[in-house]
Design a protein around this ligand. Sequence first.
Ligand code: NDP
Length: 374
Amino acid sequence: MSNSLIQSRRRFLMNVGASAITLPVLTDAFGNSIQSEPRQGRKLGIALVGLGSYSKNQLAPALQQTQNCRLAGVVTGTPSKAEEWMQKYNIPKANVYDYKTFDRIADNKDIDVVYVVLPNSMHEEFVVRAAQAGKHVICEKPMAITPKACQNMIEACKKANKQLAIGYRLHYEPFTKEVMRLGQEKVFGPIKFIESSDGFRIGDPTQWRMKKDMAGGGPLMDVGIYAVQGSRYVTGEEPISVTAQFSPKTEPQKFKDVEETLFWQFEFPSGAVSNSTTSYTAGIERLYAACQNGWFELSPAFGYGPLKGRTSKGPIEQPVVNHQAMHMDGVCKDLLDGKKLPDHITGEEGLRDVRLLQAIYRAAETGRKIDLKA
Ligand code: NDP
């Protein structure tokens, strides 16, 4: 019998053993069973894959504040980081992997959730391998660089009977939840138009974000996705058409592989329209909704916070929270409770966004209005 067959059989037997003893079995929308993780007052163990700037500066510190999960392991291609993280976060050597040994994580009971924080083009491979290792997965945005890759990731998690969340931290953030409510409940009447934009001036031109094969594109893939999300979550609707335009490149050498600035417009079924900008050449961060009887906005709207909001009736008051801690705790609470994750943070939502990102590029490249209803 091959090693992988032995391993998968061992995993199957372990799963059967565990669920037979303790786990309630629920069913998801596809009729697949969802296992809850045994609570026993414990926190789920998360392994971060890729110890770059987001893992180091945001996720690891957030995991020191979480109630439902903890930093239990790391996967890194850089040995010096492994040493540093083991010391700093008291991580045992047995919970440290590199990209080759990663699959052995299947046998590690300390790790319940694998969090993929790699360059965009690597998300697919590591989400699929994590699912095959029998772990729940959180994957950073954008979910992947093609819809096909997203579908493979969804399929792998479904097959492994594990849940897949995307790093949509704002869906747990109070200011964002409030503008979702204001828009979706039409508190100021129907939304007429939206400005939703996210951009910043990028530094090092040699980083993977500037390489199309690793990033999938430029600022649209990186932060424009937040502007797409913003227009979708304040309307609660899916766009039915898109037009888009690339700006001329003011730094053509720097932006030889990816776009510098990109504009796009969505139409929504209710008649609402949105206008968005994303850029790697200058900063913008705003989500504004003009409604029949007033307006509301967040600015800043998409960064790590504190976010700030106003409406035509006054300021938006909400608690300031750690986005990453709220997100990981929210996801892990559902996993511990054996609940299906809410649709708007799953792989299906990641796929919806990646399809829209591709449609925006297609609209900008062709100069045509793209019908999104098909
Ligand atoms: P970084 O470039 O800072 O880190 C990426 C890490 O991936 C590297 O440090 C390295 O870690 C690992 N890696 C493995 N192979 C490669 C490779 N060929 N080239 C470069 N890095 C490699 O990126 P970020 O941490 O900023 O971003 C990672 C992911 O997180 C992206 O998908 C990004 O979109 C997302 N992100 C999400 C944010 C959010 O707010 N939700 C904010 C920032 C990023 P090691 O040395 O350990 O192997």
